[in-house]
Design a protein around this ligand. Structure first.
Ligand SMILES: Cc1ncc(COP(=O)(O)O)c(C=O)c1O
Length: 473
């Protein structure tokens, strides 16, 4: 039933948890509300600063999810907020004008990105950056085909989805854009086979580390090899650093670990300083000019909100802060410490398959829990838990230790640890201790899963009973 009166911002800010749940379920995404409830993620936070969040009761939570990589500077970084105040009297949206902040930010991106990358297009999200990169590659080369990797994640709009290597996300939306070819990730020979076979390939798109795929690090030298192949076969190399960019993996951009310069680099997430939705792709001038040079073509790819003053001011300040605090170095050092300790803790644990990552982009993959679950659960719990095991571990970390993590989108058996790069060693140790305790307490029986399943079952039946009561009224 629709409410008749509007909710003011003040009222919205003081809604209690149940009211938020009802509104979320009625007006946003009921399925997501249900999944959050099953996993114990259905919380409301009212304060955020750095790595710490608080709920209405004042409970403190540690954010080790970091906005899927959007919060390299943490929540509400002061300098970024101050930047917004500095431009509050400027026109925020005025497309037919020259925006000094956008021009300065594009200049700064040219300074911090490798090689000759220097022409930027601003948009508002990661998927738009990828859309733009795909269009640019076709327009610049006049060729059609795009090669992408299985298990990749590049976004969920139609173009990006067409190069996102997971069937679950694609299958309800076919036909996708044609001429997209998938190959295994981390396999340069597979790329070469396709390049030999297909003459009209515009681009190869790849993540330096597959983030949503479950923090998959390719073999050393892979990016270098694909760079060489793309050059040899005259195919553009699109590197998607939407998640790995801005220090996350221990370098400003992950492609720098192998000294690789892409033809097009996709950026978003932490570019907006955790405050504004900012995306971008940056390319070499000759590629830009081939696609969009001259009076005929300059408006072939545009965005209403892309490059608006507040977004680019936030991004300018974010980059300045990331450099001032040397966050790439911090990520490298803290990441080495954290990964080594995590490996010590999880080594030989029967439930853990692998700890992997680079810098502070880290995944813990759990073994397929199907068999253990078969013994422990039945019905709905069994069905959901086989898919969501990593998510249940994330639920345990949240509900017992108040640590926010999440599963990765393509692999629910992997939880990702992606804290703000400003995270303290004390916070890292707290999380290490929590993981240690959870695993120690659940050495062989899978009690951890049992607790998760138990919560899920209870929650499921609670909601069933609630609905039953409603229906009986
Ligand atoms: C590598 C990569 N590319 C693109 C995207 C899509 O970004 P957005 O959700 O901002 O559209 C993501 C999101 O997780 C990503 O990790």
């Amino acid at each position: 039933m629709k409410r008749k009166s509007l909710i003011s911002l003040e009222e919205a800010l003081s809604l209690n948890e149940d009211e938020v749940k009802t509104l979320f379920s009625n007006y946003l995404n009921p399925g997501m509300a249900k999944a959050f409830e099953l996993l114990g993620f259905d919380k409301v936070y009212i304060k955020a600063s750095g790595t710490v969040l608080r709920d209405r009761k004042g409970n403190k939570y540690l954010d080790f999810l970091g906005g899927f990589g959007s919060l390299n500077l943490g929540h509400n970084p002061k300098k970024v907020i101050e930047a917004l105040q500095l431009v509050e009297d400027r026109p925020n949206i005025l497309q037919t004008s020259l925006n000094p902040v956008a021009a300065a930010l594009a200049h700064n991106l040219a300074v911090i990105t490798p090689g000759e990358l220097s022409r930027t297009f601003f948009c508002n999200s990661g998927t738009e950056a990828v859309e733009g990169a795909i269009k640019l590659s076709r327009a610049a080369t006049g060729k059609k085909k795009i090669i992408y990797c299985r298990n990749s994640f590049h976004g969920k709009t139609m173009g990006s989805l067409s190069v996102t290597g997971r069937e679950k996300y694609q299958k309800k939306f076919t036909p996708l854009i044609p001429h997209c070819i998938s190959i295994p990730f981390g396999d340069a020979d597979a790329l070469e086979r396709e390049l030999k076979q297909h003459k009209d390939v515009a681009a190869f798109i790849v993540e330096p580390i597959q983030g949503e795929g479950g923090i998959i690090v390719p073999p050393e030298g892979y990016l270098k090899q694909v760079r060489e192949l793309c050059t040899q076969y005259e195919v553009l190399l699109i590197i998607d650093e939407v998640q790995t960019g801005f220090g996350r993996t221990g370098k400003m951009f992950a492609c720098e670990h192998e000294g690789v310069v892409p033809d097009i680099l996709c950026l978003a997430k932490s570019l907006g300083g955790g405050i504004m939705p900012v995306g971008a792709f940056i390319t070499k001038p000759d590629i830009w000019d081939r696609a969009y040079g001259g009076l005929q073509n300059f408006s072939l790819h545009t965005s209403t909100f892309g490059g608006c003053t507040r977004s680019v001011a936030a991004a300018l300040a974010a980059i300045e802060e990331i450099i001032k605090m040397d966050l790439p170095k911090q990520a490298a050092e803290k990441g080495s410490y954290f990964i080594a300790k995590l490996r010590e803790i999880t080594d030989k644990h029967p439930l853990v398959k692998e700890v992997r990552g680079k810098g502070l982009l880290i995944g813990i993959e759990f073994k397929d829990s199907g068999n253990i679950l078969d013994k422990l659960a039945s019905g709905v719990a069994k069905k959901i838990s086989q898919d969501y095991f990593g998510a249940f571990v994330a639920g345990e970390l949240l509900n017992r230790y108040r640590i926010i993590t999440a599963y990765s989108l393509n692999n629910y058996n992997t939880i990702r640890l992606e804290p703000p790069l400003i995270v303290t060693y004390e916070h890292l140790d707290y999380v290490l201790n929590a993981v240690d305790e959870i695993l120690k307490n659940n050495r062989s029986t899978g009690k951890i899963i049992f607790t998760g399943v138990k919560n899920a079952v209870e929650s499921f039946f609670r909601s069933k009973m609630k609905n039953g009561k409603k229906n009986n009224k």
